[in-house]
Design a protein around this ligand. Sequence first.
Ligand code: NAD
Ligand code: IPM
Ligand code: MN
Length: 356
Amino acid sequence: MKAKITLLPGDGIGPEVVASAVDVLKAVATKYGHDFSFDEQLIGGAAIDAHGDPLPPATVASCQSADAVLLGAVGGPKWSDPNAKVRPEQGLLALRATLGVYANLRPVRVHPQLANLSPLKNEKLQGVDLLFVRELTGGAYFGAKTRTADTATDECKYTVTEIERATRRAFEFARGRKHHVTHVDKANVLETSRLWRSTVERVAKDYPDVKLEHQLVDSMAMLLLSRPSTYDVIVTENLFGDILTDEAAALAGSLGLLPSASLGDGKAGLYEPIHGSAPDIAGKGLANPLGTILSAALLLRCSLGLETEAREIEAAVDAVIAQGTLTRDLGGSANTAEVAAAVLRALVAAHEKAVA
Ligand code: NAD
Ligand code: IPM
Ligand code: MN
């Protein structure tokens, strides 16, 4: 298959983890005879430095004409002055809005080998298999902002259309999983949450085979740690989803492990690990590339329809974790390149077994 993939390495550890994932994509292309072309573009702080714009027009054009976009991370101390006129994160938010990728999928699984890394008791982690569907292009992230010397506001606005399209995705995914959707909100306080709740209930009527429950976000933050294995698909608004998924990363063992896929109505998508630019470890070869490599697997599955190839990458990552080639965040001493090389070796081994 022929596919055009835009690469946005971004800032901090972004270039390190994207390079690893590209090596994996190239290996898959070679083995399966696919023709992937890669177009690297600037975003975030790197784009501010080069053009004074965190999302230059050339980047937008490349992403819009691509089958899929793979992004590392944006941001860092260099661009974090609270008085700065322009921030790297604005580039990422504008890209998500421009591409219309309103449904952000963040799967969370716990590899048995890593359960001991979690602060939670091992038995609580048995069977944890979550899929967060985070609404990505609405809410407080995109509402009007005001600022005077002593007052600031961030408007949180949602329309029924925005809620419904994200919610439908969650119910559709639940049908292929355990038929259980947990909707997370703050309906005891927020009007937007009450609109979410009534909209989710109406959508749920179209999915009578899927069990729906509502959970307030404060208690959900606790329940995610006290009984994580009782959840399946979790759908929520933009800000709550951002916070809960970083929390959920502690279940898996490291923020560096979690991938994401951001989808709109078409096949094209934006793929990125859920972590940031990790300025504390950037440039040292310490970054865990697995979240980005798993994002590349989601890219193959969701945008290119290459399920076999996606599974092969996921199996290779599982094998590398099982054999213990791990970066420091997972208690290991391997560097980024060594982990990526181990994934490549596992891919070759899996492929040789499959064709034997
Ligand atoms: P972060 O996710 O960058 O880092 C949090 C902690 O996790 C750090 O200790 C870091 O070293 C560690 N970590 C993150 N990814 C890792 C990996 N792959 N391997 C090993 N360790 C990893 O969050 P932060 O420090 O709060 O934010 C830093 C910058 O990143 C900020 O400018 C923020 O806006 C930005 N950010 C960007 C994205 C994105 O581009 N999607 C996401 C989150 C944060
Ligand atoms: C994420 C990040 C972004 C978000 C930031 C960098 C804008 O934290 O992708 O989770 O809040 O969505
Ligand atoms: Mn985040």
